[in-house]
Design a protein around this ligand. Structure first.
Ligand SMILES: Nc1nc2c(ncn2[C@@H]2O[C@H](COP(=O)(O)OP(=O)(O)OP(=O)(O)O)[C@@H](O)[C@H]2O)c(=O)[nH]1
Length: 605
């Protein structure tokens, strides 16, 4: 009897040990696959959230959460997801009541909410899928094979304030036979799509959403009938069984320890993913800020791929500059934006050599072919991991047009200034020079000679004047005509100008009468100059009106000597005029000195 009982117990225990090992392996495999699934989804979320270009699609918003509850052997539950809801007391209660000391370990996992904000501004949420994973089942001694039929899960969607937005259930009505999908659902590690999508048709508040999953209250499971026979076994068999059970419990603790380690890893991964998700949110926000900034600035920005110079992205200003929508500009060849092939070649060569193009005035072309001047900068960079070229464009057409207008106005002003100066010079000439001879007129001579005399008086330097008059000039006019007289007047002045010094002043006082002011000239110097003039004119053959004429001049000389009484120009000229009168009276073609100059007159015939 004892041997048979031992054999029976031993066989049973070996069979049970095999079953538990198989279950443990399944549990491990399930946990690993759960981790892989979570990891794959996080990677998918990361990829979805990666920026797709400056003007690409709107970035996906990471919303919702992936609450995962793990039911521990002591009946406690705790969330594994970063945003998981707190452990549900009802779930704990259910687990304890249903399973006693042989608890199933599993996860309720509702993966993640897909959110869509549609045109009416109402957010809609739907479960992508939900899964219930039972990590470990212990069929002995309390759980019967049909226990899953007594379970169901009710899922509620609530916001942070507890406002409910919808609910649905997983599982058959209590007491009904389990349909095939429910058996599949509770099979270890199996993931099942949610039976229906849940749509929330009204706006949500600012608070975040959370999911609550509750297990419906199951019936307490009755103990199997054969268990009643156990107290009838012998004390030794019971002791042996208890020892074997204790060994199984030790084995079970080891497996539990491994599962706890896995759980820790999962928790760590969830925490890391939460950090990553937070970082992605920040990146998304900064990307949004950057996009807003790019769309706000008045600088056109384009990103071209480095190989083909095809436009990958641009901001709205760039679209406006090139006369189209930014989306229409994307995909175009960047080369067609250049009005000059030479400019294009130079820019491409510089970028290819890794050199930036900084603030170049380039003529670019709108998509309809109209050129416009712009200030362009370019440099190479990496965009979405690919070598690219960033181009900034500032329209300077108005500035250049304004500069050209200013240049035209400047040239017009300069031309007007030149005309004014010319007119002014002409006026000065008219005001100061004699029309016929080109020497100073009477007014200008009086002014200039007066200034020279004042300087001479201050410096106590001698100052002389010569009054020159052509002899018998009336006869010239009468015999050769007035024009010939003009010609002889001009020629006489030209002869005299050759003989005078740079600082001397020569003027026509009227008619055929001229005056020469000689600064720093005493009587002898003035007399020498006067004599040269007289002789030069007298010996010059004048040609006028087809005739050759001899002309002579008479000269009156007056001098102010240092030490003498101060003289005025008028007084000096009067004295010179009186000397001239004497020269005429004495026979013309001679030089006569005023009183106080030379004591004698000089004459040559
Ligand atoms: N062609 C010409 N003749 C002028 C000009 N100004 C004055 N005359 C003439 O010069 C002549 C001056 O004559 P007079 O004052 O009598 O003197 P003159 O004939 O030179 O005789 P003397 O001076 O005494 O030797 C006049 O016939 C004027 O008409 C001028 O600008 N051009």
């Amino acid at each position: 009897m004892l041997g048979a009982a031992w054999s029976l117990a031993n066989g049973y225990l070996q069979q049970r040990a095999r079953a538990e090992r198989a279950e443990a392996a399944i549990a491990l495999d399930t946990s690993l696959r759960t981790l892989e699934t979570a990891l794959a989804e996080q990677i998918a979320q990361l990829e979805d959230a990666l920026p797709r270009g400056i003007h690409g699609e709107r970035l996906s918003r990471l919303t919702g959460s992936s609450p995962v509850w793990r039911v521990a052997p002591d009946g406690s539950t705790r969330p594994l997801g970063r945003h998981g809801a707190p452990a549900d007391p009802l779930t704990r209660e259910l687990a304890l009541r249903a399973l006693g000391s042989a608890l199933p370990q599993g996860e309720l996992r509702f993966l993640p909410l897909a959110q869509a904000v549609q045109g009416d501004g109402v957010p809609r949420f739907a479960f992508r899928h939900a899964e219930l994973t039972v990590g470990k089942l212990t069929p002995w001694p309390l759980v019967r094979p049909n226990w899953p039929a007594r379970w169901s899960a009710r899922i509620e969607l609530k916001d942070g304030a507890g406002q409910e937005y919808g609910r649905f259930s997983l599982g058959p009505p209590a007491g009904a036979d389990a349909p095939p999908w429910w058996r599949d659902l509770v099979a270890p590690g199996l993931t099942r799509d949610a039976p229906e999508a849940l749509t929330v048709g009204r706006p949500l508040g600012a608070s975040s959403l959370r999911l609550e999953a509750r297990l419906a209250t199951p019936s307490l499971l009755p103990a199997p009938d054969w268990l009643v026979a156990l107290p009838l076994a012998s004390t030794a068999t019971a002791a042996l069984l208890l020892a074997l059970v204790a060994g199984q419990f030790r084995r079970r603790r080891r497996l539990q320890h491994q599962l706890d380690q896995l759980e820790q890893s999962h928790l760590l991964m969830s925490t890391s993913n939460g950090t990553l998700r937070e970082r992605l949110k920040q990146l998304t926000a900064s990307q949004r800020d950057l996009q807003t900034l790019l769309d706000t600035v008045q600088v056109g920005v384009l990103i071209l791929d480095a190989d083909h110079w095809q436009i990958r992205a641009c901001n709205q200003r760039a679209g406006a500059l090139f006369g189209c929508d930014a989306n229409d500009l994307t995909g175009q060849s960047g080369e067609r934006l250049f009005a000059s092939d030479t400019d294009l070649s130079i820019c491409r060569a510089l970028i290819a050599q890794g050199m930036p193009v900084i603030d170049r005035d380039l003529c670019l072309k709108r998509l309809d072919g109209r050129p416009f001047w712009s200030l362009v900068s370019m440099r190479g960079l990496f965009h979405n991991g690919q070598p690219a070229v960033a181009i900034s464009v500032v329209d300077v057409s108005e500035r250049i047009a304004h500069a050209e207008q200013l240049q035209a106005e400047k040239q017009a002003t300069e031309h007007a200034m030149r005309q004014l100066e010319s007119a002014q010079a002409e006026l000065v000439t008219l005001a100061t020079l004699d029309d016929l001879t080109g020497i100073a007129n009477r007014r200008h001579f009086m002014k200039s000679a007066g200034a020279l005399l004042e300087a001479a008086l201050r410096q106590r330097a001698p100052f002389a004047v010569l009054m020159i008059d052509i002899d018998y000039f009336k006869r010239v006019n009468d015999t050769l005509g007035h024009d010939a007289g003009d010609a002889i007047l001009s020629q006489t002045v030209a002869l005299c100008r050759v003989l005078i010094r740079q600082h001397d002043v020569f003027g026509r006082l009227g008619g055929e009468e001229f005056c020469l002011a000689l600064p720093e000239s005493d009587a002898l110097t003035a007399l020498t100059i006067a004599e040269r003039v007289r002789e030069r004119v007298a010996t010059h053959p004048f040609h006028a009106a087809g005739h050759t004429r001899q002309v002579t001049v008479s000269i009156g000389l007056a001098v102010w000597q240092p030490g003498g009484a101060p003289q005025t120009l008028a007084a000096l000229l009067k004295a010179a005029d009186e000397a001239l009168y004497r020269a005429k009276a004495d026979g013309r073609n001679r030089v006569a000195c005023a009183d106080g100059a030379r004591p004698h007159d000089v004459g040559v015939h």
